[in-house]
Design a binder for this molecule. Structure first.
Ligand code: SF4
Length: 359
């Protein structure tokens, strides 16, 4: 089973072999014995049992064997705040379909592999991926608040990319010694699964690098656990000299409830530019109506649609694929009903290319 052990939840996940982002030996050693923030409790209590997920959503027993089989390949993880936005008794619910393991995940499909973007070839230092000019990506946390079945990093070797404190300094040396870099991207996993103490530690080091201008976060946490956007997060985020871009990941309008809108407003008030990236997913958002509703709802939340990604061919996710022809038709349909600024760019990531490829 693929298990991502949240570095911050080591009190709860005694089997964790990963480290917090600041490289300290364990969060037990480093964290003061203060009560954890509300979002950490929600992270710890996320559903991690496929049978419980089926039961809570009122699915028939017929779904259970597939859910168990998919879970054995990539563990289920669904926080309560995300579950609350699903329709009970509806196995076609677009939020549920993103997180419900299925037996199809065990089927081999030609071209679907463990590392579809060949990231292992672009990892010059532990926890660092350098694919594009001017920017690097830091694997800031091995954990996610939700495990998305289509995730291109569902097989990522997080254990090999969790630097110790000394290794983090070496990783940061890569940024310090390359003046062409102007942007650091915090990714994962989900970077906001790291604690605010750990993130403040990292951001303090990044902003001390004079040629860095921008800090980008790729995160789903403000969506799946909106309480993650709390005062402690806004303290370090608002204080940094770096320009802030937060790219959230939302695939369907139903993900955006009032709590998400409030969380986005707080991030914006802290000076962040908010963008969204979606993945085009069969059975979830592959209609003009669904994508148009998503763009409209994103704008209500103060978020601009940025990318609509074609699925990366990761092993276990072939059943989500939408052919390129259909994807182009969908975006053409969006252009007919939306203003241009609400039409996301349809792209595919091709390993070795210097940027995403527009379709
Ligand atoms: S898509 Fe994002 S939030 Fe979902 S499992 Fe992958 S890294 Fe985590």
């Amino acid at each position: 089973m693929i298990t991502r052990s949240p570095a911050l939840l080591q009190r709860h996940d005694e089997d964790s072999k990963t480290r917090p982002v600041d490289g300290s030996a364990s969060s037990d050693e480093a964290e003061p014995l203060a009560p954890p923030p509300a979002w950490q409790a929600q992270l710890a209590s996320a559903i991690r049992d496929p049978a419980e997920l089926c039961r809570r959503l009122g699915l028939s027993e017929a779904w259970r064997p597939g859910a168990e089989a998919g879970h054995a390949l990539f563990e289920v993880r669904v926080p309560e705040a995300f579950l609350a936005r699903m329709r009970p008794g509806d196995p076609t619910d677009p939020l549920l379909r993103q997180v419900l393991p299925l037996g199809e995940e065990a089927l081999a499909a030609p071209g679907y592999v463990a590392d579809p973007l060949e990231e292992a070839a672009h990892t010059p230092a532990r926890g660092l991926i350098h694919k594009y000019a001017g920017r690097v990506l830091l694997i800031t946390s091995p954990a996610c608040a939700v495990n998305c079945r289509y995730c291109f990093r569902r097989h990522f070797p997080y254990g090999d990319n969790s630097p110790s404190r000394a290794q983090w300094e070496q990783t940061l040396d890569h940024l310090r010694t390359d003046p062409t870099l102007i942007e650091a991207i915090l990714s994962g996993g989900d970077p906001l699964a790291a604690s605010d103490r750990q993130l403040a530690w990292l951001v303090e080091r990044l902003e001390a690098i004079p040629h860095l201008r921008r800090l980008r976060l790729h995160t789903r946490l403000p969506v799946v656990i909106p309480d993650r956007v709390d005062d402690a997060l806004l303290d370090w985020l608002g204080a940094t000299r770096l320009q802030k871009v937060i790219v959230v990941h939302i695939n369907h309008a139903n993900e955006i409830d009032d709590a998400v809108i409030k969380a986005c407003a707080r991030l914006k008030a802290a000076g962040a530019t908010l963008l969204n990236q979606s993945v085009l997913l069969r059975g979830i958002n592959d209609s003009v109506d669904a994508l148009a509703a998503l763009s409209e709802r994103l704008f209500e939340a103060g978020v601009l649609p940025y990318y609509l990604h074609q699925l990366d061919p990761v092993a276990g996710a072939a059943h989500f694929d939408v052919p390129d022809f259909d994807a182009r038709e969908l975006v053409a349909g969006l252009r007919e009903v939306l203003p241009g600024f609400l039409v996301p760019k349809l792209v595919r990531e091709i390993p070795g290319e210097g940027s995403k490829t527009p379709l």
